[in-house]
Ligand binder design. Structure first.
Ligand code: PLP
Length: 367
């Protein structure tokens, strides 16, 4: 291990920060926190709010609701109110709902959005939401949870005028868990300088910003993960950020096609390209995931909250390949076939649809 106060570490962090800027599509600082994505979003909310002014938290799934709960808890001790803008699970955040709340709360200090709501495999239109919010409340800080979007879906921090963009290491960047990244706009940096009320030190972005000016982190970072970060981002940039978005999209489109052709029902009205989710057909549940894991070594994600045991989710992020995707679909078809859940001919047609898009043969039929 190298010392996190050494020149070697400064060099490593500097290289990672340059790479991160290219992935976030920003010329602004991208801060590295040791912690998961949740730490990055909470640090953004708690560092950017202004006492006495409302915070607006938007949700249509598990992660947006986490930020609503987090803001509710903080509101009590930091003297602000939290205004929830909610839609049913599976729908995107509605720009009209957000606008209505901003008209009622024109002095909002922070607006929190989830770009890709992983629990419901749903994308909200962050570009549109940000533009509409900016027109009504130009001083509100737009905080975007990009945990399952940045590096997977088109995301343009500077062009869209986002103030704090957050992701974690373990999703689209394809690293082990343990790091969170927060990019800050000039407006957000100015807000940090101006607001006197500060959160506890570990979540105070002012500390990370001050340290990053010296090429350091304020507290002991997960040094070994930064080596992994440099490598993973190097691979992403070698592929090309836009090429990675396009590849992720291709996997998602093939999966959505297969799922619909098999006769499964999508859970989202605005499907994310980072992850696909479908309801189980009547009569089956998480035994499908178990069978995929035990018989095929394929790990599907399950449902959360009200959708626990009712849906499965398939990732397209990071280093998931065409072969992985076809293998995943093959495992799902096999598990559904074993359970007599859907018409076997439709399952075959679904697999063929994915093969036609991805140009391969599923693992079970490979020569
Ligand atoms: N936001 C989204 C959209 C997520 O998908 C996740 C994790 O799955 C989180 C936030 C929380 O991230 P973490 O588990 O890294 O704290």
């Amino acid at each position: 291990m190298i010392s996190h106060r050494s020149a070697d570490f400064q060099r490593l962090l500097g290289e990672c920060s340059d790479q991160l800027r290219r992935v976030f599509r920003t010329t602004q600082p991208v801060l590295t926190l040791t912690g998961s994505g949740t730490a990055g979003v909470e640090a953004s909310l708690l560092s950017l709010f202004e006492p006495g002014k409302p915070v607006i938290t938007c949700a249509s799934g598990r992660f947006g609701e986490r930020w609503q709960d987090s803001a509710d808890r903080a509101a009590a001790w930091l003297n602000f109110t939290n205004v929830r803008v909610s839609r049913p699970w599976g729908e995107p955040i509605s720009p009209e709902d957000l606008e209505a709340q901003l008209r009622d709360h024109p002095n909002a200090s922070v607006i929190c959005l989830v770009h890709s709501e992983t629990s419901t495999a749903t994308t909200s239109d962050v570009r549109e939401l940000t533009a509409r919010a900016r027109a009504l409340t130009p001083d509100a800080m737009i905080v975007v949870d990009g945990v399952s979007s940045i590096g997977a879906l088109p995301f343009e921090m500077d062009e869209w005028d986002v103030d704090a963009a957050v992701t974690g290491s373990q999703k689209a960047l394809g690293l082990p868990p343990g790091l969170a990244f927060v990019a800050l706009s000039p407006r957000a940096i100015e807000r940090l300088r101006r607001t006197a009320v500060r959160p506890p030190v570990y979540l105070d972005l002012r500390e990370y910003l001050a340290a990053s000016d010296k090429g350091l982190t304020p507290y002991t970072p997960a040094v070994s993960l930064l080596y992994a970060l440099r490598e993973a981002l190097g691979m992403l940039l070698e592929e090309g950020v836009e090429a990675r978005w396009a590849r992720t999209r291709r996997l998602a489109e093939a999966t959505r096609d297969a799922i619909a052709t098999m006769g499964l029902q999508h859970v989202s009205t605005a499907p994310s390209d980072a992850v696909t989710a479908a309801f189980y057909p009547p009569g089956v549940g998480d035994e499908v995931r178990q069978s995929c894991r035990e018989s095929h070594g394929v790990e599907l994600a399950g449902g959360q909250g009200p959708w626990k045991g009712r849906i499965f989710r398939l990732s397209h992020m990071g280093f998931i390949s065409e072969r992985d995707t076809l293998t995943g679909l093959e495992a799902i078809a096999e598990a559904l076939r074993e359970n007599n859940a859907l018409d076997p001919a439709d399952l075959d047609r679904g697999l063929a649809a994915a093969q036609a898009r991805l140009g391969g043969t599923p693992a079970g039929q490979a020569g």
